[in-house]
Design a protein around this ligand. Structure first.
Ligand code: ADP
Ligand code: NA
Length: 332
């Protein structure tokens, strides 16, 4: 049996969205507050699987760290660090590249989406991404990983790598990690297209709410969000074929910390002309303090770097002995 430990990461590949907040950050803070052992990481090695301007990458790494802190991650109770500062991640990823099979990687829908028609010309790192993700998690022998729904397939691959490593070397060294995909907003969709997930890499800024948006921008984006002309139904069943409406209900539920059922019960029969301003008000109420705190933290990049440096030392103290065991197990 393995000691319960939680690990998760976020890429500094752009500004944080409401999807990242509801699907990840808010949950990270809740798990920390429940007294779990929590290890959280800004995953810059993942970000460079697609081109990142170096100066922007440095800035965004600090901004993501600020978003963690502003969302309630306490660097005394959680370990918060930047992936490239703990070399165990890259070292273990190489070993996992030799455990995992190429075919497993080609099956990943995120690879197919991101590589598009030009797969042969995407980076080798983009293909091997899940192997680095497995290393992130298993360097801490983490038992649970809170993520949004989009990461479910990658988590399954982490489990496959742990199982194959244990089997190949005849050990019970790595846990078979469980995903924690819970809550009303595990898959926040684009505000312009209810069939696409809200993403920091979507070219349209109108498709997402950024954690750096001010109150006016948030209200304007929600007002313009795509919907249909029907009023809200009185049960969730009535939202089955209305993805945009369902998405706004899920966002409301996620922000309010209630079940989507409670939201439709409260707004049954309401038009979007009524619901949208209420949603905008709630979004501003919940996000404005986070934005303000991020802005305050970003005034002092040296302090953010100090917190990340301290976190890296504490992360290394867990991951290095795990790596030493792995080298011993593999005969290196
Ligand atoms: P992105 O997908 O925005 O590029 P990451 O891949 O760094 O961001 O994901 C960081 C975390 O945020 C992951 O746990 C991911 O599952 C979660 N996440 C990302 N987008 C969404 C979304 N639209 N809804 C819910 N969770 C999301
Ligand atoms: Na993602």
């Amino acid at each position: 049996t393995f000691t319960p430990r939680i690990f998760s990461g976020i890429q500094p590949s752009g500004g944080m969205t409401l999807g990242n907040y509801l699907g990840a950050l808010k949950r990270f803070a809740e798990l920390q507050d429940r007294g779990q052992e929590t290890v959280y990481c800004v995953v810059d090695l993942h970000a460079i699987t697609v081109w990142q301007d170096p100066e922007r990458l440095t800035h965004q790494t600090r901004e993501i760290a600020a978003a963690f802190l502003a969302s309630g991650i306490d660097p005394k109770r959680s370990i918060l660090f930047n992936q490239s500062q703990v070399s165990a991640h890259a070292e273990l990823a190489w070993i996992f590249n030799c455990v995992a099979r190429i075919g497993w990687m080609y099956r990943m829908t995120q690879f197919k989406d991101k590589a598009g028609k030009n797969a042969e010309n995407s980076s080798l790192g983009l293909l091997a991404y899940p192997s680095l993700m497995a290393a992130d998690i298993l360097a801490y022998r983490a038992t649970h990983v809170p993520v949004g729904e989009d990461q479910k397939q990658h988590l399954e691959l982490t489990r496959d790598i742990a199982i194959k490593f244990n089997h190949d070397y005849g050990v019970n060294f790595f846990p078979v990690t469980e995903p924690l995909i819970e809550g009303a907003a595990t898959r926040v969709m684009s505000l312009r297209d209810g069939t696409k997930k809200m993403s920091k890499s979507d070219p349209s800024d109108q498709s997402r709410i950024n954690l750096t948006d001010d109150a006016d921008a948030i209200a304007q984006k929600i007002r313009k969000a795509k919907t249909d002309p029907e009023p809200l139904p009185d049960t969730l069943d009535g939202l089955k074929d209305r993805p945009e409406a369902r998405n706004l209900v899920n966002i409301y539920a996620g922000l309010a910390g209630v079940a989507p059922e409670a939201v439709v019960a409260e707004f049954a029969g309401a038009q979007f002309g009524t619901f949208k301003p209420r949603l905008a008000e709630l979004a501003v109420e919940k996000l404005a303090p986070i934005t303000a705190e991020m802005n305050r933290l970003m005034q002092d990049p040296g302090e953010i770097d100090r917190i990340l440096g301290d976190g890296a030392d504490r992360a290394d103290a867990i991951a290095r002995p795990v790596l030493e065991d792995v080298y011993r197990i593999t005969g290196m």
